[in-house]
Ligand binder design. Sequence first.
Ligand SMILES: C[S@@+](CC[C@H](N)C(=O)[O-])C[C@H]1O[C@@H](n2cnc3c(N)ncnc32)[C@H](O)[C@@H]1O
Length: 288
Amino acid sequence: MSDIASTPNPRQMSEEHFRFIADLAHKEAGLVFPESKAPLVRTRLNRRIRALKLPGYDAYCALLRSPEGARERRMMISSLTTNVSSFFREAHHFDLLRGEILPPLLEGARRGERLRLWSAGCSSGQEAYSIAMVLADLEPDYLQMDIRILASDIDLNVIETGRAGIYDAGQLANVPEEYRERYFQPAEDNGKEAVRIIEPLRRIVCFRELNLLHEWPMKRQFDVIFCRNVVIYFDAETQNSLWRKFEKYTAPGGWLILGHSERLSEDVAGKFVVAGPTAYRLSPTETA
Ligand SMILES: C[S@@+](CC[C@H](N)C(=O)[O-])C[C@H]1O[C@@H](n2cnc3c(N)ncnc32)[C@H](O)[C@@H]1O
């Protein structure tokens, strides 16, 4: 393990420190860090150690172990998660949403039915707002209907960014021109020019902190669940238990959309029909 100090030194990350941190990240958030990721873990946590003005990893791990370390355990998970996201990422899923998934669901919403969508592992909200833009484009009267998009993530920092809905204008690259004009307004972010999602669209997206490994407080099922590029960081066992939970939380005839490198395990895949690349649909007669 060349990137980890093998001799005890409180200022360096030893094998023991790395193991403790990797085990904690797995226990708390399902994240898997093989030894090859030690340099990444060290780079990200060195920042935390500096911010906390601690002398090194001995003190940092002691803090993580202590009852007072609850906040830092969350900050550590936040530092170790990968939050890369973008508007209209994996654009084919939004074509499917527009062409196949939403039209019948919006028909129902117009008749007064409840429509619920979920961006699970939403990062800073780009996925949830991309869903919202497609929906608003198809149904400009969306505010008059019972429509909500839940956007959840384990990381409070990204949740706050999503809730504010303020982005660097450079992030608009994949946003269709007419959507840029309709759903964004000019804004300022720490003195820099930025863009902000318009208020009506922000109103239908509800951001919540939620660790997918913990109990889910939602009582009802979702018509559409996006959980893309989240479980790739989990081991197979954690993935499998999540697939089973997602199946329970998908309404009959509902949709589960995964990231391009993610696949449902066989036992759960049998319950769904494959409806496009990493897009799955539960049978309309399936009950939870
Ligand atoms: C790479 S981003 C994916 C964002 C978006 N879904 C997309 O595809 O663009 C992965 C997100 O999953 C979140 N995440 C990781 N572990 C999680 C957990 N145990 N519970 C909830 N969210 C988690 C991370 O905080 C991160 O924001």
